[in-house]
Write a protein that binds this ligand. Sequence first.
Ligand SMILES: NC(=O)c1ccc[n+]([C@@H]2O[C@H](COP(=O)([O-])OP(=O)(O)OC[C@H]3O[C@@H](n4cnc5c(N)ncnc54)[C@H](OP(=O)(O)O)[C@@H]3O)[C@@H](O)[C@H]2O)c1
Length: 222
Amino acid sequence: MKIGFLGSGNMARVLGGAWSLAGHQITFGSRDAAKSREVAKGIGNGASGGTNDEVAESCEVIVSSIRAVPSSFLTSTSALTGKVIIDLNNRDFPREYKPEEFLNSLAEATQKDVPSAKIVKALNNQAMEVFNSDAVALKEAGIQAFIAGDDDRAKQIVTELLSDIGLKAIDFGLLSNAWLLELQADILRTYMFATGNFLATPGFIEAPRAEPRFGERRKGTY
Ligand SMILES: NC(=O)c1ccc[n+]([C@@H]2O[C@H](COP(=O)([O-])OP(=O)(O)OC[C@H]3O[C@@H](n4cnc5c(N)ncnc54)[C@H](OP(=O)(O)O)[C@@H]3O)[C@@H](O)[C@H]2O)c1
């Protein structure tokens, strides 16, 4: 398939590389066609480079790897009519980012309410149905539980308690990160209500460790 990338950055390069090895015909786009040609040359395998307009025109499936809407950098979006566009963009996520409505997590409110206690956010992302399974079954399934808290010893105790019921604790750092775990519960519950499946739990599945096939991460976005 003719797969075209709007943009020639990190994600375009590694995905273009991977899809080209899978037999697809890859075109990279850029504001600077010399740059996208250079990226294409690095990938080889018949990959080509050009402008973003050329990509929009010539490719069947378009991957937008530019954190901006197409009309802001294409001469015209008419070439995209009827085409599949994969949008892999994320908005900027500076570390201090915290939307107003999450300013106070329930966990932080409890910590504020009882300053002398050691609050650990945990187990808010496991529906009660998860515990229909025993510790052995949950451990075998590799179920994780994300935790956050300010006191290392308290987190250690919680980690051991989670282990006792078959869950692997994953440390999300300080209690100021608890809002993310509470937000995650919103994502999880959205899925649960949409599907009726209350057995879903969040967890990290790590990709296998390997040397970069298409070059190291260069300065760019995440
Ligand atoms: N890197 C990751 O691990 C990762 C993972 C998942 C999702 N993402 C998301 O994927 C997107 C791209 O990430 P990346 O790491 O590939 O970024 P990157 O290496 O910085 O590449 C971004 C591309 O966007 C283009 N660009 C930037 N501003 C532009 C503008 N105003 N008009 C037109 N083109 C513009 C640049 O094009 P030129 O060639 O014209 O300079 C560059 O090729 C981001 O939204 C990011 O959040 C990244």
